[in-house]
Ligand binder design. Structure first.
Ligand code: AMP
Ligand code: MG
Length: 337
């Protein structure tokens, strides 16, 4: 199959919308990462997403909408707090897990009786959803397990020949996937996956915000997993990623002791000198690091890096999402120095 690269102009979005209506798959830019979009209510189209990504069948997809009124068409028993959060954070990087209505096929929800719904903030995504007249299932557009795509070229690399088109909507501004929450009760939400909307921001509307333990810790055997995506190895480049926690001086000392061919360091902006291996900077705060992380991890494979030592980000604000992705990219291999 030939994968066409489309622009984000209306005429091209109309072409993409026609493909979606025809049950085909399209790479869709969003503010978080590029998504692999298809009609959420068409089990055959959704099966195509799982096949193209090589995604485990029990890992549910997020359904993307462009109008708030769609929420009650797809979900039921919606808490008042969910509407308040939608009002405040949509369009934006917040996914809410709600009880699904029968129009959501089991394949879309990974066999669960709930569905994750969000309204993306990218104008091309909103236009594609509106022009198709459908709700779009769209997981991150990477091959399962690999770092998510934050540029059209990343999507092309992973999906060329497997899907109908990719819409080039530029670089993603958030750079990590949405914050996924579930509702414990009318006042309490649980963060299942950290993302662009932070715990601090959620606390402006919700009385309590629980951080699910699976965000920062490896699951132990038999532990229940509330978000199936959390149990899989994820976000990993081919290169071996090791996360290092400590000062820049201690980081340099450790990396230099382990220096060798094809060893790289991923450090903060402002970390200067002292390293015996080549380094790449991935930002100076949580938001910048979120924007650059996946692209930097993919670049490491372009450079044929064997091992990448990464300075651990501060797990605060959006940095919690960066920390969460990196600890998984590293397969929980964290070294304190
Ligand atoms: P991705 O589409 O790659 O951004 O991954 C979607 C994430 O949302 C995965 O970690 C899923 O486990 C999670 N998710 C989606 N739907 C649900 C749901 N109904 N219940 C719990 N987690 C969900
Ligand atoms: Mg993903």
């Amino acid at each position: 199959m030939e994968t066409i690269l489309l622009s984000a102009e209306t005429a091209d979005i109309e072409k993409a919308a026609a493909m979606i209506k025809n049950g085909e798959l399209v790479g869709m830019p969003t503010e978080t990462v590029y998504g692999l979009a298809a009609n959420a209510t068409d089990p055959k189209a959704v099966a195509g997403i799982f096949a193209a990504k090589g995604r485990p069948a029990d890992n549910p997809l997020i359904v993307h909408i462009a109008e708030l009124r769609k929420l009650s068409e797809l979900a039921e028993d919606i808490p008042v707090l969910a509407y308040r959060l939608a009002e405040k954070f949509w369009p934006g990087p917040l996914t809410m897990i709600l009880k699904k209505k029968p129009c959501i096929p089991d394949i879309t929800s990974g066999g669960l009786d709930t569905v994750g719904i969000r309204m993306p903030a990218h104008p091309a995504a909103l236009e594609l959803i509106r022009k198709s007249g459908l709700s779009l299932a769209a997981p991150s557009g990477n091959v399962s397990g690999y770092p998510s795509p934050t540029k059209a070229e990343h999507m092309m690399r992973d999906m060329n020949g497997k899907i109908s088109a990719v819409i080039d909507g530029g670089d993603c501004t958030v750079g990590v996937e949405s914050t996924v929450i579930s509702f414990e009760n009318e006042n309490t939400v649980r963060i299942l996956r950290p993302g662009g909307v932070t715990r601090e921001q959620l606390l402006e509307e919700a009385e309590n915000v629980i951080i699910d333990p699976a965000i920062l810790h490896e699951l132990t055997e038999g532990q229940t997993v509330r978000s199936p995506g959390m149990k899989y190895q994820h976000y990993s480049p081919i290169a071996h990623v090791i996360m290092i926690e400590g000062s820049y001086e201690a980081f340099c000392r450790y990396v230099n002791e382990n220096a060798g061919e094809n060893i790289y360091a991923l450090v903060f902006d402002g970390d200067e000198g002292g390293l015996a291996v080549p380094s790449v900077k991935y930002g100076c705060n949580g938001s910048e690091q979120a924007q650059n992380l996946f692209s930097c991890l993919r670049d490491m494979d372009e450079k044929a890096a064997k091992t990448v030592y990464v300075r651990a980000p501060e797990p605060e604000g959006v940095g919690l999402a960066v920390y969460n992705r990196l600890i998984r990219a590293a397969g929980f291999e964290v070294i304190q120095v």
